[in-house]
Design a protein around this ligand. Structure first.
Ligand code: SAT
Ligand code: MN
Length: 630
């Protein structure tokens, strides 16, 4: 397919203009065909940028190694370029859009010399779904094209949907490394120095301009840039929700199912939860999505969610047949690996894969590496943020309705973080707005000192959206409240829960087994949605009655009691931290409803501490939002 074949005049002109600026040798339209994917793969292997893996061990799969300076999303080079700084809000990096466009246009000038420019028409969401959106990414990276072909729906079918004048989100991307005549990459991952990297979102004009990085969310622009940052803006204006959430399906022993979404900051096991193997006989979990959910009210009055993606961009280290067999099987063929270790026989290996490294390997930097378990300072073989890009349909537990254009009706929304103390295993909000309050206070313990916060401190990450909200986070809280207010039928709104798998005892051991046993929490969530759960009313919300919770046998009664009790002093500290360090950031953009919930929470905790509160009441809530007590 050639540039002249494009029937959409605006799209064609937009492509021609960017080609005139960036000066590639050639413009290639991505038709989405397997033959085109294979040709890109062959070229990447020939250029030394990719290594073909052993056809028997990992059929039709390759390994890429990135530059050591280009291994993850770069939050400090990610910008929300709204006209007014206030519209980007206190949690985003803001730049003036006019100045930024000028600076980036200068960087783009001639940046694709010696390279091909690929035009990637892609759909976020099943083709033609009323919830889906179309984008077009222009990029000079074949790695990006290959990943986008797995992560999104790419090609002629999308162009057909666009027709001659359909709307698309324009996305520019360049690795920022032009080639001189005759020069090639010589096997070196192309990217620009950190100060030249820009991951820019323009919320008013709904544009994405990315420069200088070839990695993950910096470069696969359908994911965090479009499906979250730009989509949050579209969702605000159009009355829906674009969220950093997994989507799963729970089926009970009678064969009845409910769909649940969940938002968790990174390093909280979101992919593992999305694909967990239930430990309760008769209950099963299937996956609809592992990272992003777009939710819109359906004609039936329920919030319906689609997974806008078509693949998984999962963290490799720690993924094993024990922790997540479904992910490992999804990534067993037709997969792109990035920055993992390579074995002598052409297979992949990473820390936490479940078995020792077989002999001498090549590490993610391309150097020989032999495992030395005695040496605690040994550098890892796979980069901690190394990834697999695998098609979702290859996941053994993918739900059959994962591509339903109408989406799946959501019964429950989970929020969670990694909290060694204070937050109980699970509690349910009293109503929608109380759930919005719980989402707004989500925090997670810092586990690696990669940010400017100390290990062990709590980083507030409201709705797990801190780096992903395309506008003022205070206004985003208000949007969530408005969604509840404008619901066609408030009784059909999902119930909202706050979970914490990561409580530790005084010796620093996890109190809850997690993984498959999280199905026990999902069972209680399911029962809450049915109105059949055994509950107690507490100062923080609705919690499971101890005798109504399906406890794993290896957890003692005493531990279970701690996991399901309210740590009044811990919560009072939590309130203090939110009051002092979190909510004030949002100033007048903080919805008054949320400030009121914080006050009420503080009062009930203080009353509880003073012994003035009524003892916890059994069956405090019927589990729906009708307001009826049972
Ligand atoms: O690199 S991605 O943004 O796609 C993944 C992540 O960092 O969450
Ligand atoms: Mn994510």
């Amino acid at each position: 397919m050639k540039l002249s074949d494009l029937k959409h005049a605006k799209l064609k002109k937009w492509v021609e203009d960017f080609a005139a600026l960036t000066q590639p040798d050639e413009v290639v339209i991505c038709d989405g065909s397997p033959a085109q994917y294979d040709a890109l793969e062959d070229a990447a292997v020939k250029d030394g940028l990719a290594i073909r893996l052993n056809e028997e061990k990992k059929p039709h799969s390759v390994l890429f190694r990135s530059d050591p300076s280009d291994v993850a999303r770069v939050e400090k080079r990610t910008f929300i370029a709204s006209k007014k700084e206030e519209d980007a809000g206190p949690t985003n990096n803001w730049i003036d859009p006019t100045e930024l466009k000028k600076e980036m246009t200068d960087l783009y000038r001639g940046c694709m010399k010696g390279r091909k420019m690929y035009v990637i028409p892609f759909s976020m969401g099943p083709l033609g779904s009323p919830i889906a959106k179309i984008g077009v990414e222009l990029t000079d990276s074949a790695y990006v094209v290959m990943n986008m072909m797995i992560m999104t729906r790419v090609g002629v079918k999308v162009l057909d949907l666009l027709g001659t004048d359909g709307y698309f989100v324009p996305c520019y991307h360049s690795v920022g490394k032009p080639l001189a005549p005759g020069e090639s990459d010589h096997g070196v991952w192309p990217c620009a120095p950190i100060d030249h990297k820009f991951i820019s979102q323009f919320p008013e004009t709904r544009e994405i301009w990315s420069y200088g990085s070839g990695y993950g969310g910096n470069a696969l622009l359908g994911k965090k840039c479009l499906a979250l940052r730009i989509a949050t803006v579209l969702a605000r204006d159009e009355g829906w929700l674009a969220e950093h959430m997994l989507i799963l399906k729970v089926t009970n022993p009678e064969g009845r199912c409910r769909y649940v979404t969940g938002a968790f900051p990174s390093a909280c096991g979101k992919t593992n939860l999305a694909m967990l193997k239930s430990t309760i006989p008769g209950w099963s979990i299937e996956t609809v999505g592992d990272d992003i959910a777009w939710m819109k009210f359906g004609p039936d009055g329920y919030l319906h969610a689609i997974n806008p993606e078509a693949g998984f961009f999962g963290v490799a280290p720690g993924t094993s047949m024990k922790s997540n067999p479904n992910a490992l099987i999804a990534a067993s063929k037709n997969t792109i690996f990035t920055n993992v270790g390579l074995t002598k026989d052409g297979d992949v290996w990473w820390e936490g894969i479940g078995y020792d490294a077989p002999g001498e390997l090549i590490d993610w930097n391309g150097n020989p590496w032999t495992q030395n378990k005695e040496d605690k300072t040994q550098k890892p073989c796979a980069h901690p943020n190394s990834r697999f890009t695998a098609p979702a349909y290859q996941c053994p537990c993918i739900a059959k309705e994962w591509e339903d254009p109408a989406g799946v009706p959501i019964s429950a929304i989970l929020f969670g973080g990694r909290r060694p103390n204070t937050i109980p295993l699970v509690h349910m909000s009293r109503d929608w707005n109380h759930g919005v309050f719980l989402g707004s206070i989500v925090g997670s313990e810092i586990t690696a000192a990669t940010l400017d916060q100390k290990v062990g401190t709590v980083r507030r990450d409201p709705f797990a959206m801190l780096p992903f909200c395309g506008y003022n986070m205070g206004d985003y809280f208000q949007h969530w409240i408005d969604i509840g207010k404008n619901a066609p039928d408030p009784k059909k709104l999902p119930r909202i829960f706050y979970v914490n798998w990561f409580r530790k005892d005084k010796d620093g051991h996890f109190m809850w087994p997690g993984y498959g046993d999280n199905s026990r929490v999902l069972k209680w969530v399911f029962q809450c949605c049915d109105g059949t759960a055994k509950t107690v009313d507490t100062p923080i919300g609705i919690m499971p009655a101890l005798d109504g919770f399906d406890k794993p046998s290896e957890v003692s009664d005493e531990t279970m009691k701690t996991l399901l009790s309210v740590d009044v002093d811990g919560w009072l500290k939590e309130v203090e931290d939110i009051k002092t360090n979190h909510y004030p950031k949002f100033g007048k953009h903080l919805p008054k409803e949320l400030a009121a919930f914080l006050d009420t929470l503080e009062k009930s905790l203080k009353a509880e501490k003073a012994g003035e509160a009524e003892p916890a009441k059994k069956g405090g809530h019927c589990g729906c939002h009708c307001g009826k007590k049972n």
